[in-house]
Design a protein around this ligand. Structure first.
Ligand code: ZN
Length: 275
């Protein structure tokens, strides 16, 4: 049996049917003690009010997302992005999130300069670290699957993520988020997880469907796809990670349409058999 107190659910898993407060109360009703919070949902409810509800419910925030998207190459919007990210960090502090999940951002519509976008993302990240440090909030850098390179993340492998951490981090403010959906295919996964070691801030689980129809919004529930999730979880935990195993299923055509109470029950079953 896996320790159930280490199960967290990201509210993306019940995105369509549950608002922020419904998710907090719904997960708690099923005995889930931690959740990943999605910014738009929290803002809809109100950050202060949300922080209070989380405290009153005894819900731990395993992470807060999404932060980042730092690659607009035009100066003004880059500064606006940085300001917005500083607000995200402050919100994360207010709800006591264990980290903010940061994705780098992709390419502008009119740009073909991937190296410049990567440089810009790194520059933005470096600019945010002091603010995070002062706020006492950790940043978890999440590499995405390379098919999302143009639209969401020029940071596309765990190796590159480790390199960026080596370059930019001088303490444990900057870490790594490992999402099995994005890294399961990597040829040197074991090596790069071992290298990330104590920098690992969060572990996200779901599955990759054999005939996936949408790269962002058609994730599978654990057990329905091709990822050997327990093998990756074991690598992450052997590297020293002791935190939550967070279920994050963006699934527009399937899980979002189901009754959320049923979804949470199935998450709990699959957690035991496929995580
Ligand atoms: Zn994730």
């Amino acid at each position: 049996m896996l320790d159930e107190s280490k199960l967290a659910i990201h509210q993306a898993t019940t995105f369509e049917k549950w608002s922020f407060d419904e998710a907090v109360e719904g997960y708690a009703r099923h005995g889930v003690q931690a959740m990943g919070v999605w910014r738009d949902k929290l803002q809809e409810f109100g950050v202060q009010r949300g922080a209070r509800l989380l405290r009153e419910t005894g819900m731990t925030v395993s992470d807060y997302s999404p932060a980042g998207l730092l690659t607009p190459l035009e100066d003004l919007s880059f500064q606006q992005r940085l300001d917005d990210n500083r607000r995200i960090i402050d919100e994360a502090a207010e709800i006591g999130a264990q980290c903010v999940v940061l994705i780098s951002g992709g390419l502008d519509d009119d740009s073909r300069d991937i190296e410049r976008a990567r440089g810009q993302a790194k520059e933005g990240l470096a600019a945010l670290i002091p603010h995070a440090k002062a706020a006492g909030v950790a940043i978890g850098l999440e590499p995405l699957h390379p098919m999302l390179c143009a639209s969401r993340s020029v940071l596309t492998s765990l190796e590159m993520t480790n390199d960026w951490c080596d370059e930019l981090a001088d303490d444990d403010t900057l870490g790594v988020v490992i999402d099995v959906y994005h890294v399961w295919w990597e040829p040197h996964l074991a090596r790069d997880i071992a290298r990330a070691a104590c920098r690992i801030r969060a572990l996200h689980v779901c599955d990759w469907l054999q005939d996936t129809r949408d790269l962002r919004l058609d994730r599978g529930m654990m057990g329905d796809g091709v990822i050997d999730i327990p093998a990756i979880r074991r690598m992450v935990e052997a590297a020293g990670y002791t935190g939550f195993r967070e279920v994050e299923v963006f699934s527009e055509r399937d899980w979002w349409r189901r009754d959320p109470d049923e979804v949470v029950q199935i998450v709990k079953q699959r957690y035991q058999s496929f995580v």
